[in-house]
Design a protein around this ligand. Sequence first.
Ligand code: CO
Length: 209
Amino acid sequence: MSSFYEKLLANNRDWVAESLKTDPEFFGKLTKKSPPLFWIGCADARVPANEIIGAQPGEVFVHRNIANMVVHTDMNMLSVLDYAVNTLKVEHIIICGHYGCGGVKVAMSDQRLGLIDNWIKHIRDVARFHKLELSELKVETERYDRFVELNVHEQVRNLGNTSIIQAAWKNNQKVSIYGWAYTVENGLVKDLDITLSSNDDFKKVFCLD
Ligand code: CO
């Protein structure tokens, strides 16, 4: 077996020992914990949900895919969302994009990579919806950063539009959606100020009235 793989198992044992040293009940307590937060983030290895927000095991329910997308027909995402909202009753959902996102970068270009192009197409749609705003940004890095933010906007909107969130709000269930953009270079999060806690917020944020 490779030393890399052996190291993973050794790391696990160290982590267990360290956790128990801090709190002998660390793992016992987890069986009773219900997370208050659901995280939808990018699969990018540099954007780990728990570490960024200082969350411990048991504190955040996580779904990650390429470019933190909320695709209406994605049964994986919908199943995780349904469980988060209707069983765990999370009150907070964060969609966290990140600057320097590879998925968004590919969507900005004409590059074709194969199977993944079908997924990237959803991100290209976001560029199409915001074509005017993006075309006004002549500096490529600025356009790239804004595209990352607009993609989060779009996914917050998609999430608010799901039957699951619509039903929760209709039943006066407390659940808020936040849009974030994370900077890999300094670890800081930017709140994009598109928080949705109701259908009224939805209309206000996306100017639907
Ligand atoms: Co990414």
